[in-house]
Design a binder for this molecule. Structure first.
Ligand code: SF4
Ligand code: SF4
Length: 186
């Protein structure tokens, strides 16, 4: 199965998610931008089709290709998976969807609803916004709304849906605490 979304679609999504920080201020001031400084340890996975947004000439990125048969990727994925390392100083307008989404994550509930939750991924650093869920009250409604509509669109690609479902099932299997971020009433 091929990725459903083209460069034009991702351009639309990048426009919707152009706002940098979930807070009114730059959240990097709370932690000295730690999630952009520890990228050697984690790197960034692109979504299927998202590679169309890059020329591969970007001097702030290094590319690696991983096999979609490796554990950790949905069974439906057949194409190579792109894994990037950045130098911590990107062109913000080109930052990948993974960076635009953190510190929340798309999640599908047991009754099939799509919501955004606080990210549950374990990292070597501590994001203040995840450590103290009271920050959720201060998240920009516009930031959450734009992220929600972007992921609602992305979920129309079965490959991306399968990834989000796999991550959601993992949260349930590990009994991770699921803290809804948006919509607020779900
Ligand atoms: S670690 Fe959290 S608070 Fe710090 S820059 Fe990243 S998202 Fe913002
Ligand atoms: S691509 Fe940009 S936003 Fe993403 S981790 Fe690197 S410096 Fe941070």
């Amino acid at each position: 199965m091929k990725p459903r979304f083209s460069k034009k679609d991702f351009e639309q999504i990048y426009e919707w998610t152009s706002e940098d920080s979930p807070l009114a201020c730059d959240c990097g001031q709370l932690c000295n931008g730690i999630c952009c400084s520890d990228t050697d340890a984690y790197g960034i996975y692109l979504l299927p089709g998202e590679e169309s947004m890059f020329t591969r000439e970007e001097d702030w990125l290094e590319w690696e290709t991983q096999d979609s048969d490796d554990p950790g990727f949905p069974d439906s994925w057949e194409e190579p998976v792109y894994f990037l390392s950045c130098n911590g100083n990107c062109d913000r307008s080109k930052r990948p969807m993974q960076c635009r989404t953190y510190p929340v994550a798309p999640h599908i509930t047991t009754d099939g609803r799509f919501i955004l939750v606080l990210e549950t991924l374990e990292t070597s650093y501590r994001c203040p916004l995840i450590e103290d869920p009271r920050y959720l009250e201060s998240f920009s409604e516009q930031w959450l709304h734009n992220l929600y509509r972007s992921w609602a669109m992305l979920l129309n690609d079965p490959l991306i849906y399968d990834l989000v479902m796999m991550d959601s099932d993992y949260r349930r299997a590990c009994k991770q605490e699921i803290l809804p971020a948006y919509p607020k009433n779900k």
